[in-house]
Design a protein around this ligand. Structure first.
Ligand code: 3PG
Length: 306
């Protein structure tokens, strides 16, 4: 039995060591394909593998065709929009994620990006504070809950809208529940996006919502760039020179945004949310463990395709 870890953006070495230990204890071989630059490298590497651990790596039908023995793919992380689930089902491949395992890392980055932004990138001028500001969480999954926990500790006024219409968790956390995303955007000083990229959410955050935000509001995106209607965002921000967009996911229209928005567009050079040793260990080891349990006991608890 052979597991391949295929990560264009590699795990911390300590996480790879832990994955190897789990694989070898179960009697499996572990192969590594890190920092690959060509799709051909991935197609070649999957040829003889039974299981695959990936991150945001794109896995489509062509990759599956090139992997005739492949039975299980574990996305070490939350979002699985990078995997063609229909193709996986057609190939008889089980796809799982590791929900929540990297959530704290993403949440800490959100807070860090916000502080960096409102302290004017530490340029020596007088900034503002998070304490007392209204923070609206768009959706209330693991990352949003972790952001809420930290923000609450800082003294922010946290609220949320759950598009899945399951507000009980928000109520249990003690936060105000919004009835609509329009209300969320109108009410808060900062709106943080925590929705996945799905056919319903793609390009769903655009001109009207952004234009409706409070004076000096900030929109934060640590989720997916695909949920943004980029033309709408840019138009709203050009009309509203007080707004800021803070993101871990550079826009496709990055150069245009830099030119038009200047410092009001704050971005990380590469998606950094889950890029901590702890998150890599949590998600990577969970992925390895899920593969062992899948083959040994038929466990497929976190399966996301049917
Ligand atoms: C996730 O969906 O788990 C996060 O977006 C992290 O993605 P990454 O593993 O590519 O950093």
């Amino acid at each position: 039995m052979k597991i391949l870890v295929a990560t264009e953006k590699p795990f911390a070495p300590v996480a790879v060591k832990g994955i190897r230990e789990i694989a070898e204890a179960a009697g499996y071989d572990l192969a590594l394909l890190e920092k690959y630059t060509e799709r051909a490298q991935l197609l070649e590497a999957v040829a003889d593998v039974d299981a695959l651990i990936i991150r945001s790596d794109k896995i489509d039908g062509e990759v599956m065709d090139a992997a005739p023995k492949l039975r299980v793919i574990v996305r070490a992380g939350a979002g699985y929009d990078n995997i063609d689930l229909e193709a996986a089902t057609a190939h008889g491949i089980c796809v799982m994620n590791t929900p929540g395992q990297n959530a704290n890392a993403v949440a800490e980055l959100v807070i860090g990006m916000l502080i960096y932004t409102i302290r004017h990138r530490f340029d020596g001028t007088s900034g503002t504070e998070l304490r007392g500001k209204k923070l609206g969480l768009m959706a209330f999954g693991a990352v949003a809950q972790a952001v809420g926990r930290i923000a609450h500790g800082i003294g922010m006024d946290v609220s949320s809208f759950s598009p899945l219409n399951r507000p009980q968790k928000i109520i249990d956390a003690g936060y105000h529940v919004h009835e609509s995303r329009e209300a969320l955007f109108l009410y808060n000083d900062i709106v943080s996006l925590h929705i996945p990229a799905t056919p319903t959410t793609v390009r769903s955050i655009g001109y009207d919502l952004v234009k409706s935000m409070k004076p000096n509001a900030i929109l934060v995106n640590s989720a997916r760039k695909e949920v943004i209607d980029e033309a709408g965002l840019l138009r709203a921000m050009e009309e509203r020179p007080d707004l800021r967009y803070v993101t871990d996911l550079k826009l496709d229209a990055h150069d245009e945004a830099v030119e038009k928005l200047g410092n009001r567009y704050m971005f990380t050079p590469k998606k950094m949310g889950a890029q901590t040793a702890e998150a890599n260990i949590n998600a990577g080891l969970a992925a390895a463990q899920q593969i062992v349990e899948f083959f040994r006991d038929g466990v497929h608890t976190f399966q996301v395709n049917k």
